[in-house]
Design a protein around this ligand. Structure first.
Ligand code: TXA
Ligand code: MG
Length: 356
């Protein structure tokens, strides 16, 4: 609930995603300047934004999402001058990355400046920064004349929102304003990279792939999805929490694409024998392999892996717990954008089925 009682419902303003109208942007910028929270589209997923320099405003983001206060959020900027206000040191490699990938779905960790509220970075001395490639996000930052702290605009633990409808489903009674700019392009959250390690570490895979980053930075390593051992802080605080989960338990099936439908069918029959109603996440190429009576959703085509990323979260949200007791998902090769898809599916899964 936003601001205590009485329960209110979000104001929703449609906005053109290519040429955002001044009216809705000005209204949303006033909310940001007043210290309120606003949901807005980016090229990855919808963000839940607040003035990154206002600790009380940032706190409202965590309250609305039910997000643990020790998981820092990303600070969004619109210009390179603004980078100098939120980061205390910007080295050459970061400038090279920014030159190649900003605006775009890449988040870089910097030493934090005093200007950014401690709440935004969970009291760490570093700040995660990105310049989004979305006209609505950029205009909102420019018009409010503030860096905007924003995690994904979902309830903590749910799949990230790729439409305004998803935001409203999760947070309709917890946020005062939603800018509706239609569906997002990539459908998965930005790649997060830490340049302070040698070689640089990908803390979260995203639309900018490991190979693309290696092309600019030379060698890079990918952080373990689950930090080993109990010692010390996890590399990226977000890694230790359950994420992206649909409402029914998800079983993720690993192995080569060839035998995939047969393995999913065998598993599904095992679940059905236990009395469960089964849903299947399939692809355009495999959806015909499953009985018509089952709830089968195609997440995209294996010939265009970006289509799978684009549809992933809406597919996870589409299984109604009143209709299915368990979801079985086909797995994908862990390369390129599909590494990112598998990273999210692994975190969403309650069971991972290795090939026998
Ligand atoms: O595409 C995106 O990145 C979306 C849109 C809205 O920009 N935002 C997003 O934010 O996914 P969020 O808060 O859901 O994810 C931020 C990730 C988390 O895994 C968090 O732990 C990590 O970035 N992170 C934030 N600040 C960090 C820091 N100072 N050091 C290491 N990791 C950090
Ligand atoms: Mg998130």
């Amino acid at each position: 609930m936003y601001g205590g009682s009485p329960r209110r419902f979000a104001r929703v303003l449609k906005v053109d995603p290519i040429n955002p109208e001044a009216g809705p942007i000005r209204i949303a910028a006033e909310y940001i300047r007043r210290g309120e929270i606003v949901a807005f589209p980016t090229e990855t997923v919808y963000g839940l934004g607040a003035d990154a320099t206002n600790g009380e405003a940032v706190r409202r983001i965590f309250e609305a999402k039910g997000r643990p206060m020790d998981n820092p959020v990303i600070v969004h900027i619109a210009t390179m001058e603004q980078l100098g206000t939120v980061a205390s040191v910007v080295d050459r490699r970061a400038l090279t990355l920014a030159d190649v990938y900003w605006p775009g779905p890449l988040t870089v960790i910097f030493p934090k400046s005093e200007y950014v509220a401690a709440e935004a970075t969970a009291y760490l001395d570093t700040v995660a920064v990105r310049m989004p490639a979305h006209p609505v996000a950029l205009s909102l930052i420019m018009t409010s004349r503030r860096p905007i702290a924003a995690p994904s605009a979902n309830l903590s633990g749910r799949p990230s929102p790729t439409t305004a409808e998803h935001v409203i489903e999760d947070l309709g009674d917890r946020v005062p304003l939603v800018l509706d700019g239609g569906p997002t392009a990539f459908g998965v959250e930005s790649t997060v990279v830490n340049l302070a390690t040698d070689p640089p570490t990908i803390l979260r895979p995203g639309p900018i792939t490991v190979d693309e980053l290696a092309g600019v930075l030379g060698e890079v390593k990918v952080a373990e999805a689950k930090p080993e051992g109990g010692e010390g802080r996890p590399l990226s605080p977000g890694l230790k929490y359950a994420h992206y989960a649909p409402r029914a338990p998800l079983i993720l099936v690993l192995g080569s694409p060839n035998g995939m439908p047969d393995r999913v069918l065998a598993l599904a029959r095992r679940e059905i024998a236990k009395g469960s109603r089964v849903g299947v996440i399939a692809t355009e190429e495999t959806k015909y392999r499953y009985p018509k009576e089952w709830k089968v959703i195609s997440v995209g085509t294996r010939f265009n892996p970006y289509s799978i990323a684009h549809n992933l979260y809406s597919t996870l949200r589409a299984f109604d717990p009143a209709e299915v007791d368990v979801i079985i998902s086909e797995g994908f090769e862990e390369k390129g954008i599909l590494l990112t898809v598998m990273n999210r599916l692994r975190k969403a899964a309650s069971e991972i089925c290795e090939p026998s």
